[in-house]
Design a protein around this ligand. Structure first.
Ligand code: ZN
Length: 244
């Protein structure tokens, strides 16, 4: 099987379309989304509707849960909170209901799909402690999962655990070995923060035993203009140009 893994779309319609144009030519059997369809940018309903109509299986992100009203954005920074409350007003009842119904984790073959951390939607995998805790949780999961795909940080990275040796991999093609564990972030579709403003995603090929990281150029200017026109904080438009 070949799966496209996308994450953190964040209401960026131009970036989502560019990524789906690319995955259509990459011969994937299915596409999975690691959460945060909405938040930050100006096309929440359009993005939710594309994810639904394309049959993309998705999990709940921290912005999705706040936008749907499952939680309040009390712990969000002011810009993120403003955008999420704006999003809540825009979302149709049907799209809110869809977000409310998303699971927090998905198991597919030997994969577990999470937003922040295993068993914790809101916790980032950033520092060594988080990485160690998540590898422990990954090993403790019943069944085959030994690859965890996560989002939330908007930074493309692969952490690899070979016996007790932990490493970080930045190559565009990552080889998957049977005796190793992996925590992999494909990067963000709609608000990259690793200095590359292009929309990021990954393809997992179970037959070739590889994960390949991809980028898609998209019309940043159009997305920025919509953010400004919607009255969202200008900083949210500016950051798209630099991928921070
Ligand atoms: Zn996010």
């Amino acid at each position: 099987m070949r799966y496209a893994i996308i994450s953190d779309i964040h209401s960026n319609l131009e970036a989502l379309r560019a990524v789906l144009d690319r995955t259509a030519s990459l011969n994937v059997d299915a596409t999975f989304c690691l959460g945060d369809i909405v938040g930050y940018n100006a096309n929440p309903n359009e993005c939710v509707e594309i994810v639904r109509s394309e049959g993309i299986r998705c999990i709940l992100g921290n912005h999705d849960s706040r936008a749907a009203g499952l939680e309040e954005p009390d712990d969000f920074n002011p810009l993120a909170a403003k955008a999420v409350l704006w999003t809540r007003e825009q979302l149709t009842g049907e799209n809110k209901k869809y977000l409310e119904g998303l699971p927090r984790e998905l198991r597919v073959d030997d994969l577990v799909l999470i937003h922040g951390s295993i068993h914790d939607t809101d916790r980032y995998i950033l520092y060594k402690d988080d990485i160690v805790v998540n590898f422990r949780s990954l090993k403790d999961l019943p069944g085959p999962p030994r690859i965890g795909f996560f989002g939330h940080t908007h930074v493309r990275i692969a952490f690899v655990l070979a016996r007790s040796l932990l490493s970080m991999e930045y190559a565009d093609v990552l080889d998957i070995y049977d005796d190793r564990y992996y925590l992999i972030n494909p990067g963000s579709v709609g608000q990259p923060r690793d200095g590359d403003p292009r929309a990021a995603f990954a393809v997992y090929d179970a037959k070739d035993h590889t994960v390949t990281f991809h980028h898609a150029e998209y019309d940043v200017k159009t997305c920025q203009d919509k953010v400004i026109r919607a009255g969202l904080p200008p900083r949210l438009a500016e950051r798209l140009a630099v991928g921070r």
